[in-house]
Design a protein around this ligand. Structure first.
Ligand SMILES: C[S@@+](CC[C@H](N)C(=O)[O-])C[C@H]1O[C@@H](n2cnc3c(N)ncnc32)[C@H](O)[C@@H]1O
Length: 345
């Protein structure tokens, strides 16, 4: 914790953290003890270079790099990737070669955009960004358009699994007061560097979708793209319950869900989500149009009705689902009360 961190906690952003954050385990309020955030029950959460790290260290993580974030935030010097300490490389979802390349690009100032983004971009949007991966000539960040109506002043949006923050920036452009969370300290630091550069006012912190460190009913919208589809079913349930808790009454969440019948699911053994050969044949047949009565790349909604949403018991007739061509998954718009219904809460 540096003097700069103390200053940051005294800033408007720091005050927002103190007013809105809770302990992700017992949900009691947090206070800044001059070094860390401390819950009423004495649990402590580190602040790294002004960014609160509110991960829960016990239990299985949804992604291994969360452990690296925790260890680095706890001050373990042996885990630090010394090739560029300030980039928190050890907690990035990149292989060793890619990390070495990021360090080289960073030190030589060889890319117009942040080198972490230049390397990680493919992983944030799968095949849709395949052509952008390692494209070091990129001069602008690809910011998508978010399918949400513009916000009224002060409407808060939570971007779950934000990585380098493209959806948080998209939300800020629509007038939302965006808050991005991700368990990767390195990704959150990259997101913050980009926000500092592009100037949208976004709050970033290191946290887990399953243990949201926010007070109840804090958000007008929750958005999450390409995150829950990688989770085990139990983690999806837990996350939906948390989403329900932090949404304001009447608010909605837009969450991309995986499709049990998608090609990607064929190899996904995690969460027992592996689709059967019969289902896979059906999915292929349907998407390439070999099954009678189906046009090529036709309406995917039939497939979407078997998303994980159904697997976790969500009443599908209450969800508006938009097709996503790549993964044959879809973005489901979920009303707050039905998030709770989905898991019987
Ligand atoms: C495929 S990337 C998508 C990133 C971003 N949503 C986008 O569309 O650009 C998946 C992200 O989910 C994050 N993630 C994994 N487990 C998570 C968890 N338990 N809570 C929140 N985010 C998580 C990963 O660190 C990674 O940044």
């Amino acid at each position: 914790m540096t003097a700069m961190d103390c200053q940051r906690m005294a800033s408007d952003k720091g005050l927002w953290y103190l007013e809105n954050l809770v302990c992700p385990i017992d949900r009691t309020g947090l206070r800044f003890d001059g070094e860390r955030l401390r819950s009423k029950n004495g649990r402590c959460y580190p602040i790294v270079d002004g960014v609160p790290v509110l991960l829960v260290s016990s239990g299985k993580q949804t992604i291994g790099l969360a452990n690296a974030s925790i260890e680095r935030a706890q001050g373990r010097s042996d885990v630090i990737d010394q090739r560029a300490r300030e980039l928190y490389l050890e907690s990035l979802g990149l292989n060793d070669e890619e990390k070495a390349e990021v360090a080289r690009l960073w030190k030589g100032k060889l890319t117009a955009i942040d080198p972490v983004v230049a390397m990680i971009i493919g992983a944030t949007c799968g095949n849709a960004y395949k052509d952008l991966t390692k494209k070091l000539s990129l001069t602008e960040y690809p910011i998508p358009s978010i399918r949400l109506t513009s916000a009224s002043t002060g409407d808060a949006l939570l971007d779950i699994g934000c990585n380098w923050g493209r959806w948080s920036i998209a939300a800020a452009k629509k007038g939302f007061s965006a808050v991005g969370i991700d368990p990767s300290l390195g990704a959150i630091m990259a997101a913050r560097r980009i926000a500092d550069e592009l100037k949208p006012d976004i709050k970033y912190l290191v946290a887990d979708a399953r243990f949201l460190p926010f007070r109840n009913e804090r958000f007008r919208a929750v958005y999450s793209y390409s995150v829950l589809q990688h989770f085990a079913k139990e983690d999806v349930r837990r996350t939906l319950l948390e989403v329900s808790r932090v949404l304001e009454p009447g608010a909605v969440a837009k969450i991309q869900m995986a499709n049990k019948l998608a090609f990607a699911a064929f190899n996904s053994k995690q969460a027992g989500n592996r689709t059967s050969p019969k289902n896979l044949r059906f999915a292929i047949g349907r998407s390439v149009g070999v099954l009678s009565g189906h046009r090529q790349h036709a309406d995917l909604r039939g497939l979407l009705l078997r998303t994980w949403l159904a697997m976790v018991g969500f009443p599908l007739h209450r969800a508006e689902i938009q097709a996503c061509a790549y993964c044959l998954g879809g973005v489901a718009t979920i009303e707050r009360c039905y998030c709770a219904d989905a898991i019987g809460g």
